[in-house]
Design a protein around this ligand. Structure first.
Ligand SMILES: C[S@@+](CC[C@H](N)C(=O)[O-])C[C@H]1O[C@@H](n2cnc3c(N)ncnc32)[C@H](O)[C@@H]1O
Length: 315
């Protein structure tokens, strides 16, 4: 009787374990497939950008100074980051998802710091190392291919970690922030430039749905705190986002024909979604800063609002 009762229970347990195992396997497989799809996509985007004279001309029109960035970051914002993360010639800085490395190298030149960059795109990393050599910064700059959230660096090896318009590409942000905490020395800073939701997006609207998939409704504060960081400072840069995105929209409208020919329609870099949603107040962009505590101490939260003027290009 007892045997008859136990057998189905055991069988059910074995089935449940097998089910979980298959679920786990399917998840890992889907994650690997998605990561390689994203990696091929970014690699191709960087390659086409490098080969497109129109893309370079458009970027020259949009940015006061174009450093190869694939983001909304301006040179003025690298100055702001250097100041807020206290970067100095002794600092060892890590740039997460660094792209072609131009912004990190600008920071190295500006402050005298050492810069390390990691990105999933082999093409971008090759360009970053080439850029480091040609700007005479190769002894202070190291760029390597890596898939975040994995971080192959030693504990406490950085004074500052930065991420520019890339956190929303990383699927497991909880692991990413735990990794950042681990590789930062005590009292080291994490600085994140990111788009985020300011008002609830409307899921019935296709433009909002696209943004919803990318931008978090609460800008990572819980995940950052759970990773062990203390304090979260926000510097709002939404006005700058609106101005820059508008320049993109205009520059791309003017050059759409050649851009689509050189880059393909999907890679022509339309920023209409970002511009409209930011203008209507649904999304914003900010620099979030937090710190690994020297030792355990009480939590602190501050918010300050800064409007950075994007310097106009010299005529
Ligand atoms: C919008 S671009 C920003 C690049 C750079 N931070 C900049 O400001 O120019 C996003 C970057 O994230 C990288 N990326 C996306 N997912 C990644 C991952 N899981 N691991 C490493 N890099 C990743 C892409 O290759 C791309 O360079």
């Amino acid at each position: 009787m007892e045997f008859q009762y136990r057998l189905p229970v055991r069988l059910a347990r074995v089935r449940a374990r097998f089910g979980l195992f298959l679920w786990d396997l399917a998840n890992k497989y889907l994650k690997t497939v998605e990561t390689s799809r994203l990696q091929r996509g970014f690699d191709e985007t960087f390659r086409r950008q490098a080969e497109s004279p129109t893309w370079r001309a458009v970027c020259g029109q949009v940015f006061d100074s174009y450093l190869g960035q694939l983001s909304f970051a301006t040179v003025a914002q690298i100055h702001l980051l250097a100041e807020k993360l206290h970067v100095n010639p002794q600092s060892n800085v890590l740039d997460l998802a660094c792209g072609t490395g131009g912004l990190g190298l600008y920071l190295a030149e500006l402050t005298g710091c050492h810069i390390n960059g990691v990105d999933m795109s082999p093409f971008a990393i090759k360009s970053a190392n080439k850029r480091a050599r040609s700007s005479g910064l190769a002894d202070r700059a190291r760029f390597e291919v890596g898939i975040l959230p994995d971080l192959s660096y030693e504990d406490c090896s950085f004074d500052a970690v930065m991420s520019i318009d890339s956190v929303y590409c990383i699927p497991d942000r909880a692991s990413l922030f735990r990794g950042c905490y681990r590789v930062l020395r005590p009292s080291g800073y994490l600085g994140i430039y990111t788009l985020y939701q300011r008002r609830n997006l409307l899921l019935e609207n296709p433009m909002h749905r696209r943004a919803f998939l990318w931008f978090p409704s609460q800008p990572y504060s819980n995940l950052i705190q759970r990773a062990g960081f203390k304090g979260l400072w926000k510097i709002d840069l939404t006005e700058d986002l609106i101005q820059l995105a508008k320049r993109w929209v205009d520059a791309i409208k003017e050059n759409r024909g050649s851009l689509e020919k050189e880059m393909g329609a999907a890679r022509a870099g339309d920023q209409t979604v970002a511009w409209s949603l930011a203008t209507e107040g649904y999304i914003g962009r900010a620099l979030f800063k937090t710190q690994r505590p020297a030792k355990a101490h009480t939590s602190q939260a501050k918010e300050e609002k800064v409007h950075l003027q994007i310097p106009m290009k010299a005529q």
